[in-house]
Design a protein around this ligand. Structure first.
Ligand code: TXA
Ligand code: MG
Length: 341
């Protein structure tokens, strides 16, 4: 079902704005909101009809569950039936922040939020704007990234409007997102706990609280045909610009030589690569700094489309720290195409 064209309100995040957006959400509306990771498309997590509108506006497959956002710990019992000691320790260590825990689903949460699963992903963002909005609505807010399904996640209000203007009730016009990639998702309903999606809360940090955490195989590789995946989102095409993207793994010299030899595309590269390249460059941070890569990646992917680029060679990031999250998004943007030098 496609949403009908409607006027999408631009709402300023001040007292009056929170009230206006909160009222929309309490009455079945769908509103895009900034968070520290990416913009989310929020709806009441208790309202099946509002959730159906979120899936329709995004063009999202119905079997891909949404993350539910809370403003503070007093809301946790609203969304989950059981808070284990493990969950408490994780909340203490990583909330508020770019961190989502899959927990047993609370009764009031709409079934469509969890795509029929008996678990729910829960996150307390550090963004003050997001938390003000949650408080104004007086509800836990289900919010997937506010992009058309399959495209890179939006990190500015402008990106949201490019994808969803005319299909959603409003956008809370906040700042550009600080982190740039979606939250870390772990499952605590799995034993041992499992990393489903890497993010700015790193595996190294998680291990300090959950020493036995396992990394889901789908974090680094394409899920096999017909294989059951722990996080349904991992089986879909994702983060993909229109350009054909190819990941190239090698050191600076190898990468630059390879790209210069191809001469049929642009370079999505690190700042250290720039002066050795003879093709147009799209820089995404520093080779040894995952945070700068995460900050830039989705913006660069969207710029490739704006510039109508057809082919691009992406210098592979590392797989430690925040770079693991960047690698995970990048390899999917590349449709798992990779050249190892
Ligand atoms: O940073 C973020 O997490 C952003 C902002 C808006 O908060 N939200 C976001 O939501 O990225 P979304 O819906 O685009 O991604 C949710 C991911 C999907 O990969 C989904 O499969 C997984 O979380 N997920 C959600 N609930 C789950 C559950 N009950 N079991 C397993 N995976 C779940
Ligand atoms: Mg998403």
């Amino acid at each position: 079902m496609e949403e009908k064209e409607m006027e999408t309100k631009r709402i300023i995040p001040n007292q009056a704005g929170y009230k206006q957006a909160g009222d929309l959400l309490a009455n079945g509306g769908i509103v895009a909101m900034p968070t520290e990771t990416v913009y989310g498309l929020a709806a009441s997590a208790y309202d099946d009809a509002a959730i159906a509108r979120v899936f329709a506006a995004k063009g999202r497959p119905q079997d891909n569950p949404l993350i539910v956002h809370i403003a503070d710990l007093s809301m946790l019992p609203w969304v989950t039936s059981q808070v284990s000691e493990q969950a408490k320790r994780c909340a203490e260590a990583f909330w508020p922040g770019p961190f989502t825990m899959v927990l047993p689903k609370g009764e009031r949460i709409a079934d469509s939020v969890c795509a029929g699963l008996d678990s729910v992903g829960v996150r307390m963002p550090s963004s003050q704007i997001a938390r003000e909005l949650i408080r104004a609505a007086g509800l836990p807010l289900a919010a997937p990234s506010a992009n058309r399904s399959g495209l890179p996640s939006p990190i500015s209000a402008d990106h949201v409007l490019r994808d969803l203007d005319g299909s959603i009730d409003a956008v809370l016009m906040g700042p550009r997102c600080e982190v740039g990639v979606e939250s870390t998702v772990i499952s605590l309903t799995a034993h041992p706990p499992r990393l489903l999606r890497p993010g700015a809360v790193t595996l190294e940090q998680l291990k300090t609280v959950l020493p036995d955490i396992e990394v889901d195989p789908a974090v680094l590789d394409r899920p096999k045909e017909g294989e059951q995946v722990a996080s349904p989102g991992m089986k879909y095409k994702h983060y993909a610009p229109k350009a054909t993207l190819i990941m190239v793994e090698g050191d600076r010299e190898q990468y630059c030589r390879y790209v210069n030899e191809q001469a049929d595309g642009v370079a999505v590269c690190f700042k250290e690569d720039v002066d050795r390249l003879g093709v147009p460059v799209y820089c995404y941070g520093a080779s040894d700094d995952g945070r700068t890569q995460a900050y830039a990646l989705f913006e660069v992917l969207r710029r490739l489309d704006e510039d109508r680029i057809e082919k691009a060679y992406l210098h592979a990031p590392g797989q430690t720290g925040v770079s693991l999250a960047v690698y995970n998004r990048a390899i999917r943007s590349c449709g798992y195409r990779k050249v190892v030098l």
